[in-house]
Design a binder for this molecule. Structure first.
Ligand code: IFM
Length: 448
């Protein structure tokens, strides 16, 4: 018989989504365009030539979606807000209809007994702000604080869990250096300045959120990886340390230590961001928790012909066929990462705010069988369980995602959901993994 692993009594189980990926209604009820509308509407930017114009149509189907969450026994839901739905120009006049959408959604969730966890920024910067220089413009950090003020004043009476940003690494590096995400820039200096202003915005918003949402808990969500050198050679070890510096530490050290990692400051040289006096103190304002989005481990080798870090990712031959491109199903990596956060960052309170895997799900006789997803989730939840047993202050776990949705530059080619979305009809079908998760929620434990 399989072992059963039971979680602490108050463990927070949930699922997550993001505004641009599920809402649709891109130009309805006064919503202004975001950088993602512009990017997705540009020929050749999205693998399958799709956009988030309609996607899951959650804007119109939110009641049905909340009812489904309730039926599945979900008690916590992480969502993000579209800044340009609330402030079409990113600043200035509020679009009341946009704010009302979120008011209604929050009320619907609460009535269903589901606690909302809100991310203020999940990459969809209002296009009007991008036109004024975007995050590379310091002013955007202060406009973000104003946006946080408006939102938390309106929703802070009912929402008590806030996340300032989702995955600043992705928005800064994919959006401003690799260019495969909106706004599609390829400038390292701008990317690092963007990261700095996003972190500054985070610090500026914390007191605002706390003022308007009494008794709330606020954190920032980073995508973090467990990183290993491809061999024990000094060169591979140094390559892995650089990748760790650029990917993990650049977004952790400022929050916890009030400084950027020195080795990376040296590596980036002239590209380091401009930092004004007092910035690092604001950025390191203590938060209540750190959100961890974990998908994979990464194995790095030295390669002077490789990327900007002189690194190359090594794909191990024993990775499974179903592993998503370079994303290996490696739950031990999650365990090690959680222990590392405890050891290196002074035991912060943690929440796994995303974890999941994309598969080529198919409907068979009205059902979706996704055993590989159940296997992935079981192993990663197991890693979370073990980390708690070993003293990590881990308070919750959110599956990415509640339902299949628009996967950014990959369009609709990847399905991550516990619930299958038929994009033509809008129909939702709970996958086997969704039913398995229902059991996890009911029993507060995992087993296969
Ligand atoms: O879909 C994304 C999400 O928006 C942010 N974290 C990773 C997910 C899967 O790629």
């Amino acid at each position: 018989m399989n072992d059963i692993y039971t979680f602490p009594k108050d463990f927070i189980w949930g699922t997550a989504t993001a505004s641009y990926q599920i809402e649709g209604a891109w130009n309805e009820d006064g919503r202004g365009p975001s950088v993602w509308d512009t990017f997705a509407h540009t020929e050749g930017k999205i693998d399958d030539n799709t956009t988030g114009d309609k996607t899951c149509d959650h804007y119109h189907r939110f009641k049905e979606d909340v009812a489904l969450m309730k039926k599945m026994g979900l008690k916590n839901y992480r969502l993000s807000l579209s800044w340009s739905r609330i402030l079409p120009e990113g600043k200035g006049g509020v679009n009341q209809k946009g704010l009302d959408f979120y008011n209604d959604l929050i009320d619907e969730l609460l009535a269903a007994g589901i606690t909302p966890f809100i991310t203020l920024f999940h990459w969809d910067l209002p296009q009007a702000l991008q036109d004024a220089g975007g995050w590379a413009n310091r002013e955007t950090a202060y406009l973000y604080r104003d946006y946080a003020e408006i939102v938390t004043k309106a929703l802070g009476d009912r929402v008590k869990n806030w996340m300032t940003h989702n995955e600043p690494w992705v928005h800064t590096m994919c959006g401003h250096f690799f260019g495969n995400h909106a706004p599609g820039l390829t400038d390292l200096k701008k990317a690092l300045q963007t990261a700095h202003h996003m972190l500054l915005a985070h610090g500026l918003a914390i007191p605002v959120i706390r003022k308007n949402s009494k008794g709330c808990r606020v954190g920032l969500v980073n995508n973090l990886e467990w990183i290993e050198p491809a061999s024990s050679s000094e060169r591979d070890k140094a390559a892995a340390a650089r990748h760790d510096g650029a990917f993990n530490r650049w977004y952790l050290d400022p929050l916890f230590f009030g400084s950027y990692p020195q080795d990376m400051m040296e590596w980036y040289g002239e590209d380091v961001p401009q930092i004004e006096a007092g910035d690092m103190k604001i950025i390191s304002t203590p938060m209540d928790f750190l959100g961890v989005n974990f998908y994979t481990r990464r194995i790095m080798a030295h390669d002077s012909q490789g990327n900007f870090l002189n690194c190359r990712q090594v794909r191990y031959p024993f990775m499974r066929k179903s592993d998503y491109e370079e994303w290996e199903n490696n739950a031990e990596g999650l365990y090690r990462l959680l222990i590392r956060l405890k050891e290196d960052y002074n035991s912060p309170e943690l929440m796994i705010t995303e974890n999941g895997t994309p598969l080529q799900d198919k409907i068979e006789n009205g059902e979706v069988h996704d055993p590989d997803r159940i296997d992935y989730l079981y192993r990663h939840m197991g890693a979370a369980w073990q980390a708690i047993a070993d003293g990590v202050d881990l308070k919750g776990y959110f599956v990415w995602s509640f339902l299949d949705n628009f996967e950014w530059c990959l369009g609709f080619t990847k399905r991550f959901g516990l619930v299958y979305t038929d994009y033509e009809s809008g129909k939702r079908i709970v996958k086997d993994s969704g039913r398995w998760y229902e059991k996890v929620l009911k029993t507060n434990s995992i087993s296969l």
